[in-house]
Design a protein around this ligand. Structure first.
Ligand code: ATP
Length: 254
């Protein structure tokens, strides 16, 4: 069953067509890769799925529900989480506070009730702290939970970025270039975490230029080029598709 269904989506910016009639399915419990040369429209597609921007045409459904016109926070609450290419980690906060902030919209109490220190809020906060520490343990960051986030290494900050998305307990996780800037050993560690998330039942859509990782962890890959899906299928078939090779070679010449 498709958890996410994108149907003939188009998006233009001042006459520039970023996406042109894109349709895409992400099946429940799978990892789908979305690749394509620079400027292909990958980030634009993430902006549309998460409600940051609206499509010029087409529809997006999540769990069978039309989410095309919902606000970003509504889509997040339905269970769509994401990480960003440029890290959103808050350097002035501790590592655990970064996770707790990511969790906030899922918590029972809002800012106001937290300020009143109601007894059940204390209980909620204890549970939140426990969950945050479990997330940090999963990401090998528990030993740094009280550190200021800015003191983490780049790779650890990328893990924390992932943790902030996981804090919302998403059903669908969108990863935007999670391996960018990582060493080969760090990429291997990250790939292992992503595989474990799928084992836990999470569905993942990943945009990534690191072909080794895409080929290694995905169940299916879709290739965007000039705002259109040019091919889609199992990673091995996509890797050897002449249209994909051509698109990437052209991208390098441009
Ligand atoms: P990269 O791999 O470099 O991140 P991408 O595949 O994510 O690229 P997008 O960032 O989605 O590509 O851009 C697709 C096209 O839309 C590009 O031509 C880009 O210049 C254009 N574009 C994206 N966002 C905007 C915007 N806010 N205003 C104008 N044009 C935009």
């Amino acid at each position: 069953m498709s958890l996410l269904s994108i149907d003939t989506i188009s998006k233009s910016y001042d006459g520039v067509r970023a996406l042109n009639g894109v349709s895409l399915r992400v099946r429940e419990g799978t990892i789908k890769g979305l690749i394509g040369p620079n400027g292909a429209g990958k980030t634009t597609l993430f902006h549309l799925i998460t409600g940051v921007e609206r499509p010029s045409a087409g529809t997006i459904s999540f769990q069978g529900r039309d989410i095309t016109t919902l606000e970003p926070h509504e889509i997040a609450l339905l269970g769509v989480g994401r990480t960003f290419q440029t890290l959103q980690v808050m350097g002035t906060m501790t590592v655990v506070e970064n996770i707790l902030t990511g969790m906030h919209s899922r918590l029972k109490g809002g800012f106001l009730s937290c300020g009143l220190w109601l007894p059940w809020i204390h209980k909620g906060e204890r549970t939140a702290l426990k969950e945050a520490k479990e997330t940090l343990e999963f990401l090998d960051l528990l030993g740094r939970w009280k550190w200021n986030a800015s003191h983490l290494s780049f790779a650890q900050q990328k893990m924390l970025e992932l943790g902030r998305a996981l804090a919302m307990k998403p059903t669908l996780l969108l990863l935007d270039e999670p391996a960018a800037g990582l060493t080969p050993a760090e990429v291997t560690r990250l790939a292992e975490k992503i595989r474990r998330l799928r084992e836990q039942g999470m569905t993942i859509l990943i945009v990534e230029h690191h072909m080794g990782m895409i080929m290694d962890i995905t169940d299916e890959v879709a290739v965007l080029h000039n705002g259109e899906i040019i091919t889609e299928g199992p990673p091995d078939a996509v890797r050897n598709d002449p249209r994909v090779i051509e698109a990437y070679l052209r991208g390098k010449d441009a």
